[in-house]
Design a binder for this molecule. Sequence first.
Ligand SMILES: C[S@@+](CC[C@H](N)C(=O)[O-])C[C@H]1O[C@@H](n2cnc3c(N)ncnc32)[C@H](O)[C@@H]1O
Length: 940
Amino acid sequence: MINLWYNSDEVADFHPLVEKALNDALVNVGYNNIAEVIHHPAIPNSTIIPDFAIKLKGSQRYVFIVEVKRTQRDVESQRYQNQSRSYVTEFGPHWEPSYHKYFCVTNIERLVLFADRNGVPLTSCLLKGNPRQHSLFNPVNHDATASVAELQATFENILPKIFNRVPPDWDNNWQLVIESFHNNYVALNNLLGYPEAVKKELTLYELFRLLAYAYLKDYYTQTANPNAAYFHNYPPNNATLPQFTNNLSNNYNRIIQLDFQQIFTDHPNQGQRLFPNNFTANYLQYFRDLIQCFIQHNANAVANNPSPSYIFNLLTSKIYIREELHSKGKVMSDAELSNLLATLCIDSPNAKVLDPGCGDGALLDAAYDQISLLAATANQAKTHNQILNQIDGIEIDPFLSQLSAFRLLSKNLAQVNNNTSANIVIGDIFHNARANQYDAVVMNPPFLRNDNPDAPITAADKTKMRTAITGQGLNYFVANASQPNLYFYFTNFIWHYLRNNGKAGIILMTKFLNNEDGEHLKQFISDKVEAIVSYPRKYFQEFVVTTVIVILKKGNNSANVSFVRVSDENILLNPDNLKAILALNADTTTASYKLRIVPRNTLVPTTNWKQYLNDKNYDDFLNLNFLVDIDHHFASIGRGGAEASGASTIIFPTFDQQANNFFGLGKRLTPAQRNAGVQRTRINIPVGLNPRVSYGIQNNFHRRNYVLSINDIELDKAFHFPARADRNEANALPVALQGNQDLVNFFDHCVAEFGLQKWGTIVNAAFRNTINPKILIPRADRTKHCVYYNPHNHNLTLSTNFFYCNDLRNQNANATDEQQYKFITAFLLSAFGQIQFELNANNQEGLRKLEGFQINRFKIPDLTQFTQAEILSVVAAFDAINIANPDFSGDEGIMTPRRNLDLEIAQIIFTRNNLGFANAIAMTDYFELFLADLVEDRRL
Ligand SMILES: C[S@@+](CC[C@H](N)C(=O)[O-])C[C@H]1O[C@@H](n2cnc3c(N)ncnc32)[C@H](O)[C@@H]1O
């Protein structure tokens, strides 16, 4: 007996069986003299490696690829099918020229055969007669003998086609069906007078009813299933409008008696639905046209390629428009992500599972497979109906809800009977409270900003969500967030669905880990979160934003929280790998992942939780023993604050050319004053005080030179107060200055406007912040970024928009102070500094915002550990940037204007510690690309 199960090892257990079947087939069909099976063949000049290939012994060129997976689900995955296709493409000149490009994906139970052809989507490479279905592994004793024998027979059928160079039979009737579906959808959609989204949804709902009808009718007929009796002929082509309507309605109602309720029930909106209410002769022609296409092609399509998941993929890839889905928060989870979530959250074959906002059913499909796997593994065979009874979905979009019902029911069409039911409710989750009913909630909530133009969160929505959340007695944490994203409300609300010990697996935007509003969400999940998993940004391609998986648990929470950063995608291919990593419960770092265990009682919501997911190379970099805390070298690190107490327009005044004097404005107006047309008071600074208006730095609108020029510190001129305020004087001017009539007039005017106390505070803030800062760091940056060195010895008035580093200490005796200030400025400007900015700062909807305590976490090189020559090499690269004066647009990567600076810094790091890199260039590339990823994240 051959023993094999879905959790057996792919390479150790599945591969030898496939290899033997391939070899035996090759012998049996008589090609073993000219060809051989190669396990893991290396593709010249490529880093990817297929599982198996067949190679001609004579030419040493390849003719067939076999990719092995462990489950039928993986065989149907478009990701893996595309991956196999890429091997064929990569083989290029090493493919035997006269041979067609056949490739397949198999888990032994099922095999899908393709032949590559240029310029067409994967779905158009599928051949007739797929999938090839073999016996399933025996769920009781895990015997795979029959499956393997049938796989070998399939190979024996395929190999002669390859060696005889039989032209691939791509002629795919599904393409014609889907094409007709799409054409009629577009035409019908154009007839309607509703908003775009409504039109689409109504049209798709109706046409999908027709398509599902056609598919099920032919499927049941061809498989001689008794359910075929429920399906009658389509209305005849010459039927009148009432006859057609009546006939088709009867057809639908008949199947509803069998089941498929969620697919064939009339659209919930009676006033707008296209059928049977409101049906017109205009609409009829498109229904007829599609039905004609079914009559011609559908039976062949089903006979050639009956797999529902194939048709599903074909249809959805034709009608989903990625950008549109994104802008409405409707990006569907891909099969692999769904699998991960289901595996991490569903622990028992009897679990009751919900997806609130189930879209087209991707997560529920994975939940079905997980329950079925757990049941089979526990030797507890479950029927289709039993599994469906454990799975619920709620979806507001009727068409998507219809798709998810179809998807679930078609997991096992043969077992559908009139006790079958897919529990998908069309509705709003916030109107579907179901307290304490589920063992697992899987969710990929909509990501929509408050101010999303395509789908704004209205005041009515907010009220509805708040009422629903508080109605469940939940702590309404969203109230504390200033700009809550829609997924905040979802996370808040779905908590009530869970039973004790229930688990939720949620996809969330990574940014909540470190943006301002994220604090409140972190607070909410602090006592609930069990694990947070991050993965390579590009792994789930459908997402435009960076996401993490968050696992929550209701009660019996562990003392520690696991933060996992997966860097090697292969880990994700088998969700059990991730489960095993999470079970380690001890800090672990490998080349493929990093697990950080954080005691729950040390989690602080106000801190940046991304720190726990840091890249290993970044951690190693920060731990270098020649890096020190920034305050090691600067006795004074602070934030400007000249206008922190108000009157910014007086402190940074405007020049009036005609009057030849500066002026500012008085108190801000109240809304009532503004409405009444009141103007803000103008406060003139007497001409005699013009010399007091001098250097200043107020805002970051202009990009200045990296080494500030005199002009740069004159861009925002400031009024330099001669002294602190003296509140014992009626005008706050110290006695010694009362003789200066211009100052007296100016101060009198200001005290009259602001009051003595307030004016005193304003003067003191500006006075205190008129200093000589050496390194200047803007507090908030969107795309551009900069760090400045100030070589001048003039005092300047510094606003709250900048931090500064002053009073160099612990210097290097061999370099000048100026060189050392420049060296540190250069370091902060480089990728090595900017990474720290990105990781420590708050990300506020694309704005990088720094706080003082965050700057204090920065690491900089210990000046005493570098030679003067090294310091000068970095300074020279910085001076070169200053001369070239380029803008950093925020498009990071390995081609930025500071590449040379990054290289110089990498060089001095590399000579002390190579951090595992082959050379300084590799180190530079790595950190520059790391920064590119972080910046991209912030800009989304
Ligand atoms: C990001 S999609 C995810 C779909 C699916 N769970 C998946 O992972 O593939 C979010 C879904 O939530 C649905 N949705 C949004 N607001 C909803 C609400 N208030 N009630 C129910 N469904 C909602 C959307 O229509 C969309 O299908």
